[in-house]
Design a protein around this ligand. Structure first.
Ligand code: ATP
Length: 437
């Protein structure tokens, strides 16, 4: 993990947020290469699950929504994690994580049961001090809308993108009237005031989610649920995650949200352990019924074949961009002792080609290389130019940032318009005509 974090920093993928001022816990900034990688990941999600299908639509909703959204969804009352405080230095810890680190299986335990274990085991904080009373801590960031900061102006930064989809369900049915089943996707920021952010970008306070709410007739939910699990597995493979590193966890009854009738978490073997990469949940009609009750608006869908109107049920695949990027980096990173190579799938690589002249001090080579660079850049845009150091160093740098092909212009090029194409994964080289690049 340390090597990957260091590569992310060194090569401009991911930096600690506000680093110049000492950072801000749980926030991370994407550098030039990270921003390209993130865009490629989210573009692939959109291409696979929205653009290439006829049953999917996209939305781009606001981050700040009417607070009634979060009351109806249950977030104001229950979107909380167990917190316990060090009684000496007042540092706050996530209680379930403290217990897990002490080898306790916390699945299904109530706050009271966790507190009892702390007392029984005479557990101490990470700094070795006594712990205080446990309590639940709501993770939503709040702010005020408008110039008056009082209880009436309170609003929240969305803790998930899903509610921006549910609140637009009726608009989409009324304007587009898609056939059932259909889905709505959204990619965007989500904010959670995590008690203890950790494991690089895995648990951040500001992150991106890629979410789908797929609306179905309840009689069909089981087969559609299975299809979504399979579709996400194939996409994760396309993103370069080895099959044997992803695992389906059938979330047991006692750990599922009360509205979910079935949840599968797809876990990934990160260097820091096997952890949740994404979830696929059958949310029944919980969200639409809440909205119908709280807003007084009708959420019924009228099937086009004239059969009985119904409130559709929902299957929700939800994945965080950062957790996926972390899994992608871990899967792509290889170090055989001689070379560090980021074996990213071509579709994700920030640059597809790097063009360089064999020697920097030969104007004729530089001019020809610039010509080839301009031509490729016109067509592919993701093309890097590198004339720094010697050719070996350039290859090493491009290997580390995952560029699949290096194109080198040498003296032979000037004679026969062929270039050397050097391939990232096996370092093999071939001669290719410029026109065939
Ligand atoms: P966890 O149990 O790890 O806190 P969760 O079950 O609360 O996660 P969900 O509410 O299901 O997560 O959110 C859907 C997805 O959003 C997660 O599977 C994950 O990919 C991503 N996600 C959630 N919280 C964070 C976070 N703090 N930082 C980065 N990604 C996150």
């Amino acid at each position: 993990m340390d090597e990957i974090v260091s590569l992310c920093k060194r090569r401009g993928f991911i930096f600690p947020g506000s680093e110049v001022y000492g950072g801000l816990a749980g926030t991370w900034d994407y550098g030039p290469l990270g921003a390209m990688l993130k865009r490629n990941v989210e573009a692939s999600f959109w291409q696979t699950f929205v653009d290439s299908r006829t049953d999917m639509y996209g939305v781009d909703a606001t981050i700040i929504m009417n607070p009634k959204v979060w009351e109806a969804s249950g977030h104001v009352a229950t979107f909380a994690d167990p917190l316990i405080e060090d009684t000496v230095n007042n540092k706050r810890h996530r209680l379930d994580h403290l217990l897990e680190d002490a080898g306790v299986d916390v699945k299904g335990l109530s706050l009271e049961q966790m507190q009892e274990i702390v007392t029984e085991k005479k557990m101490k904080s990470l700094d070795g001090n006594p712990l205080g009373e446990a309590r639940m801590f709501n993770m939503m960031f709040s702010t005020h809308v408008g110039p008056v900061a009082d209880d009436k102006s309170i609003a929240y930064l969305r803790p998930e993108t899903a509610q921006g989809i549910f609140t637009n369900y009726k608009n989409i049915v009324d304007t587009i009237y898609p056939d059932l089943p259909f889905g709505i996707a959204q990619v965007g920021k989500a904010f959670r005031n995590e008690i203890s952010p950790r494991d690089f970008v895995f648990r951040s306070r500001e992150f991106n989610q890629m979410e789908i709410e797929y609306f179905v007739d309840p009689k069909d939910w089981e087969s559609i649920f299975e299809k979504w699990v399979a579709d996400f597995h194939s996409w994760l493979e396309e993103m370069g995650l080895p099959k044997d590193h992803t695992h389906d966890l059938e979330v047991p009854d006692e750990d599922r949200a009360h509205y979910s009738k079935r949840t599968i978490d797809i876990e990934f073997d990160y260097p820091v352990g096997r952890k949740e990469l994404m979830g696929i949940a059958y949310r029944t009609d919980f969200d639409l019924m809440n909205i119908q009750r709280e807003s007084g608006k009708n959420m019924m869908y009228r099937p086009k074949d004239g059969s009985e109107p119904l409130v559709p049920h929902v299957i929700e695949p939800s994945i965080g961009t950062e957790r996926l990027i972390m899994a992608i980096m871990c899967s792509a990173y290889t170090d055989d002792g001689e070379r560090v190579v980021l074996k990213l799938p071509e579709v994700l690589a920030p640059y597809k080609f790097c063009v360089s002249p064999l020697l920097k001090n030969k104007p004729e080579l530089v001019a020809k290389a610039q010509e080839v660079f301009a031509e490729l850049k016109k067509k592919y845009s993701f093309v890097a130019w590198d004339d720094s150091g010697n050719i070996g160093k350039r290859y090493a740098k491009q290997d580390e940032i995952g560029t699949p092909k290096c194109v080198v212009i040498d003296f032979e090029t000037l004679e026969d318009d062929t270039v050397t194409v050097r391939h990232r994964d096996d370092a093999s080289q071939e001669r290719v005509k410029i026109s065939e690049l």
